[in-house]
Design a protein around this ligand. Sequence first.
Ligand SMILES: Nc1ncnc2c1ncn2[C@@H]1O[C@H](COP(=O)(O)OP(=O)(O)O)[C@@H](O)[C@H]1O
Ligand SMILES: [Mg+2]
Length: 378
Amino acid sequence: MDASTPPGGEYLKLRDVTDAMRKMMAAIDSSNRVLRAITDVRGTALAILAPGGRFLSANSSAAALFGYSIADLIGKSLVDMVRDSDQTRVSEGFSGTASSAFHSFGAVLRGRGGRDTDILLHKQPIADSEGKFSAFLVVFEEPVILQQESLEALSRPQSEFRRLYAHLMIGQEKERKRVSAELHDGLGQALTLIKLMVEDSLLRIERGSVDEAIGLLESTVLRIRETIGEVRHICNELRPRLLDDLGLAPALESLCRQIERASGKVVVIFDCRVREDEVPDGLKADMFRVAQEAMNNVVKHAVATEIRVSLQRVASNILLTIQDNGIGFEHLPLSADDASSSGLGLIGMQERVESNGGSFSLQSSESSGTLVSATWRT
Ligand SMILES: Nc1ncnc2c1ncn2[C@@H]1O[C@H](COP(=O)(O)OP(=O)(O)O)[C@@H](O)[C@H]1O
Ligand SMILES: [Mg+2]
């Protein structure tokens, strides 16, 4: 945060701001599904606003959300940056008399590029040690995932979350069954056959039919070679071997080329701006799988001609994005119902990212294609 002068010419004390932050943390209900689902790929957008709504201070995430540099944002009025029909609400929300308690409300930002963005504002008054109100601490959240659904989602019964959870568990169980079937049917059968072939060869040697035995052993070697290939394939399904052999960036690069070859018509551009040692080992497989599923989705559904994959550092986070220029999808299928009617790809990616403390978001439109973003704190 930039140190700034609040109205009245006094400086806010750090302790006053952290105290407001603590109160705000307690007031925001983290078990609320909408808040959990709303993820901001840039990190938490924070600002301090003067009574009336003028920006006194902002972090880089807030500046990015509004499309300004920090320096340019300071001094601007939030009221001027929201849709006309929201101006009264925002100006009332930040009036000097609205200083009593924590409050969350929604508004539509009029973006600089003419793009409107739904945001949620969480506002906490900052008081000095004598309890005198001086400014507002504000967190801006961008409901990337649930845009139209957010209000409905608030009223959804608890049972739906249980169903979603059960669905994920079923997904995991299905995956285990698939691996087990592959081991049983693929490897198990192959090894049984090899055993029979070797036994048969032994018998022939005992009977003196050495030439026959040699022929049989030669086919056995071929069969073993195939089986090694199958083992590789299964291991690769479980954990991409390229990752261990080459590291994350080359493995992703190779995946991009593979997708390009397989699709025949999509160009994949990979931009990697992190060093191997900046990425925690425990996250690499997740990053690879998210990129893989997102790109497979593009090939399967998007009718795109280009995919841009990027891996970069944003403050202390690592951000992975997969952007296509395809047809998008109107309805964002991130509910249990949708997941059971289509694949588990999207929901599986979200689950994978969030289970390791990351956040996942999805933006899709007919005009701009689909953007899958995953961020992990490092
Ligand atoms: N990049 C994309 N472009 C267009 N549609 C997509 C894209 N990614 C996902 N979808 C849509 O979301 C649905 C769900 O995706 P997913 O959960 O991966 O399941 P599946 O790929 O098995 O259908 C897809 O069926 C498709 O309609
Ligand atoms: Mg899929």
